[in-house]
Design a protein around this ligand. Structure first.
Ligand code: ADP
Ligand code: MG
Length: 272
């Protein structure tokens, strides 16, 4: 068991332990241009495994752009050009021979607006394992669907309505369904881009609790515009400003003794 793993019941604000954790994701000098626009500038960071890192910063500072670099979602934006290096467990994810479909199974993504497929609850979760050939029988597939729904803290609420359309669930349930869908293909890293922004406070709190549980098994990177949320859910925080990563460190430190004036101004609400 990794020394970083805290019991799920630990308060979300627990200090990150001082022992250095193994880096799951290593980014070196990552730059992104959209046409002429230099949106991300020389970003280098190590993201420790089995923990939550929050990306914070004013709107337009490049948080989503950097997040999309980590599963090569920027490949889908024609004007985007990415340079630099990103490794996941020593695998260069920009290697020409890399299978991007496999990469996106290893690095799942959850978006701001819950986006279940227009299919049943069951099919939403079963879809990925089926196309990746992960189940040998219907029983196998059922097991994956059930365990994914359980791990996404949704099973009790949907076990009697697995054939209802996913879109008929509440917003918070839909977001947990999207998390179950991501979990179902066995990812190691889960990227979340403002996953609570479209949810009411209670639904958002459920997602935060879930994130705190999931970090036992997954490396989670969450973009949030809520510095309170970053303080509650993350062990490390990275502050971005105008396309640069200004500073990164244990969340407690970023929020109490930031090294850079821009970080201090942001967390005390002077801008952003
Ligand atoms: P954040 O997530 O921090 O709000 P983004 O990563 O979305 O910031 O955007 C960073 C910068 O890149 C912004 O100036 C934004 O306008 C620009 N940008 C983002 N996506 C695109 C795109 N698809 N095409 C052109 N410019 C983009
Ligand atoms: Mg964004």
């Amino acid at each position: 068991m990794n020394a970083l793993v805290q019991p799920a019941t630990a308060a979300a604000t627990t200090l990150a332990p001082s022992a250095p954790a193994r880096a799951k994701v290593v980014a070196e000098n990552v730059n992104v241009h959209y046409g002429e626009k230099h949106a991300l500038k020389n970003v280098s960071v190590n993201i420790p495994e089995r923990s939550v890192m929050a990306f914070i910063g004013p709107s337009g500072c490049g948080k989503s752009t950097f997040l999309r670099c980590i599963n090569r979602m920027n490949d889908t934006i024609p004007s985007a050009r990415v340079t630099g290096r990103i490794e996941i467990d020593d695998l260069d994810i920009y290697d020409k021979s890399l299978d991007v479909v496999q990469l996106r199974a290893r690095v799942g993504m959850v978006f701001q607006k819950p986006n279940p497929f227009p299919k049943s609850v069951y099919e939403n979760v079963a879809y990925g394992p089926r196309i990746h050939g992960m189940a040998r029988s219907k029983t196998d597939l059922d097991d994956i669907v059930i365990s994914s729904l359980k791990r996404a803290s949704l099973w009790e609420e949907v076990k009697d309505r697995l054939s209802d359309p996913g879109t008929r669930l509440s917003g918070g349930q839909q977001q947990r369904l999207c998390i179950a869908r991501a979990i179902a293909v066995g990812p190691e890293v889960i990227l979340m881009d403002e996953p609570c922004s479209a949810l009411d406070p209670n639904a958002a709190a459920r997602i935060e609790e879930l994130i705190d549980e999931l970090r036992q098994n997954f490396t989670i990177i969450i973009v949030t515009h809520s510095i309170k949320q970053a303080a509650r859910v993350s062990q490390r925080t990275a502050f971005f400003h105008l396309g640069s990563l200004v500073e990164e460190g244990p969340t407690e430190m970023i929020f109490t003794t930031p090294q850079d004036r821009r970080t201090q101004d942001y967390i005390t609400g002077r801008f952003g």
